[in-house]
Design a protein around this ligand. Structure first.
Ligand code: URA
Length: 436
């Protein structure tokens, strides 16, 4: 069918045939469908949505637009997690080695930060020598020998999504549930996973700021993934405050290192990480239920196996052999560390979580457009959980900055992003729901 006829069907609220969706995606990949046509269809989908059948067809066609990995050499279940993104969300760094220590294979293909949210890939690149974009042979070797590898997406996986996302980004059509669904799942399906667990973030630091929207996205992701043949479950988790007490790149890696070695563990971060690990173990059929999964995951963390696997993964991918023995030495530090004090007494009652993320971006730790470099050493540490009692001079966080001007600006920005009130607030739950 002519591309303009496909656009017309969706413009008028109709349903596009799967074969025509596949044809459109072929044109998207080989460039024969113009940017204007892609934008027009994206806008029509934005307004009219897609049926589940259409979303499954779009997801499968985008999966098949490039290489689709398979893992015949592995004798373990291949399971991964995807997060819709947030602030202080370094879960992947602990989750991949915990899951691997429990017997899963985790080929974790992650993304870079964009906007106010951080990216796992940028965080891992804080480690000197770490090859976040290894060739296929090294990637497969590390997944096989270590059990997990956290790497970046190669251009060959779901290339249709790369072009589609770029056009959606500049045409205000990113925030469409079926388009987000197809974009996320096409890449995960191309990675050859046996099962997937999703962490759908909800709150003012997330893509989806209301529970209704987060649940809608979770439902769409799970139903389309299952429709495309990949067993998938989702947890909806709170992103109305930073999840870890650190936000940035090297500072989040340090936070993950402390979590893995047991030196310090943020409690909300631990709850989300272990709950996702339990979901992954259930999906991989290694445990009978989430309770057994939780106990297994906690054991792998407590007895040091997860830390050992993380260290091994870092080494096998080009980083130092002794990373976890002294992460500070390897990660380096920002030239300046200053406290941002509360300025009044009371309780931390809430966050403008997006504002915290933007503070990291302003420090240079995030990017405002794809391809920008990031400064790995800047960021925030010591962020306080909602409910913490503060005095006037209690630090709300430590700002790690390049210079005095940056530090002053970040302090002002952070003060506006942390809300302090007189009465202790209700503490929001961290796991808000589950979708299967
Ligand atoms: N993340 C993706 O990979 N794709 C989207 O469309 C949105 C978030």
């Amino acid at each position: 069918m002519l591309t303009q006829e496909i656009i017309r069907i969706k413009r008028d609220g109709g349903e596009i045939d799967p074969a025509d969706i596949a044809g459109f995606v072929r044109g998207l990949t080989d460039g024969s469908v113009t940017e204007g046509q892609v934008a027009a269809l994206a806008m029509a989908i934005f307004f009219h949505g897609m049926s589940r059948n259409e979303a499954v067809a779009l997801t499968l066609a985008m999966r098949d637009s490039g290489e689709v990995l398979t893992w015949p050499e592995l004798d373990r279940p291949v399971v991964d997690k995807h997060s819709t993104g947030g602030v202080g969300d370094n879960v992947s760094l602990m989750l991949a080695p915990i899951a691997a220590a429990c017997g899963l294979a985790v080929p974790m293909i992650s993304g870079r930060g964009l906007g106010h949210t951080g990216g796992t890939l940028d965080k891992m690149e804080s480690i000197p020598g770490y090859q976040a974009m290894p060739n296929n042979n090294l990637f497969r070797k590390v997944v096989g020998s270590v059990g997990c590898a956290i790497i970046g997406q190669t251009g060959n996986l779901a290339p249709a999504d790369k072009r589609f996302y770029g056009i959606r980004d500049v045409t205000a059509t990113v925030e469409s549930v079926p388009l987000i669904t197809a974009s996320i799942l096409s890449k995960k399906l191309a990675a050859g996973l046996g099962a997937l667990v999703l962490d759908v973030k909800c709150g003012n630091g997330a893509f989806m700021d209301s529970p209704e929207r987060a649940r809608e996205l979770a439902r769409s992701l799970v139903e389309v993934a299952v429709g495309a043949g990949m067993p998938t479950t989702a947890l909806v988790t709170d992103m109305s405050q930073p999840l870890a007490s650190a936000a940035g790149n090297a500072v989040e890696v340090k936070n993950a290192a402390e979590f893995l070695t047991g030196a310090a563990r943020d409690s909300r971060l631990q709850e989300v990480t272990l709950a996702l690990a339990a979901e992954m173990l259930v999906s991989g059929c290694l445990v009978a239920d989430a309770d057994e999964g939780l106990a297994r995951a906690l054991r792998a963390l407590e007895d040091g196996r997860a830390a050992e696997i993380f260290n091994k993964m870092v080494f096998e991918l080009g980083g130092p052999a002794d990373f976890l023995a002294d992460p500070d030495r390897h990660l380096g530090a920002a030239p300046l560390t200053v406290a941002c004090t509360a300025g009044r007494e009371g309780y931390v009652t809430g966050y403008d979580t997006r504002g915290v993320g933007l503070c990291v971006v302003a420090l240079g730790g995030g990017r405002t457009k794809p391809g920008d470099p990031v400064d790995h050493v800047v960021g925030l540490t010591g962020l306080l959980p909602v409910g913490t009692r503060v005095e006037k001079d209690t630090p709300l966080a430590l700002v790690h900055a390049r210079d005095e001007d940056q530090a002053t600006a970040a302090r002002e920005q952070l003060r506006k992003a942390v809300f302090i009130g007189d009465a202790p607030p209700t503490i929001p739950a961290v796991i808000l729901g589950r979708q299967d």
